[in-house]
Write a protein that binds this ligand. Structure first.
Ligand code: THU
Length: 139
């Protein structure tokens, strides 16, 4: 069967919307969902997980990437992220951008609204002049 990337994007977007339903956010009441497409075609999801000690909250994007790495993935193609904001496209927080950058700069990022419409961008556009693992490489 032929592989259509556009079908995967549709699936990725729908998986991030589903993942948002799992968010544990009793303090902010701001559920976020994320879904990562790995280089081998798997989709790994995440949601925000808050904590009574507020600073220990983990964002949806980082929940997803930590889960993906723990399941053996290191190469990623795209991430879709969604929240409840209907009237504009919302990007990942700065901390999550840096954590994604650990695994390369050429991710496609789909900023997804609740109705499933999305804006496509890239991690390098979202985090220009980033600090990354290559800066630690020994000469
Ligand atoms: N949040 C995310 O999950 N991802 C982001 O990129 C921004 C913020 C979560 C953290 C917290 O649970 C809630 O949204 C409000 O900040």
């Amino acid at each position: 069967m032929q592989y259509f990337y556009s079908d995967r994007v549709t699936e990725l977007v729908s998986k991030c919307l589903q993942a948002q339903d799992m968010a544990y956010c009793p303090y902010s009441r701001f559920p976020v969902g994320a879904a990562i497409l790995t280089a081998d075609g798997s989709i790994i999801t995440g949601c925000n997980v808050e904590n009574a000690s507020y600073g220990l909250t983990v964002c949806a994007e980082r929940t997803a990437i930590q889960r993906a790495v723990a399941e053996g993935h290191r190469q990623f193609t795209a991430i879709a992220v969604t929240c409840d904001i209907k009237d504009r496209f919302v990007g990942p927080c700065g901390a999550c951008r840096q954590v994604l950058m650990e695994f390369g700069s050429d991710w496609t990022v789909y900023l997804t609204k609740p109705d499933g419409t999305y804006k496509e961008t890239t991690l390098s556009k979202l985090l220009p002049l980033a600090f990354s693992p290559e800066h630690l490489a020994k000469n």
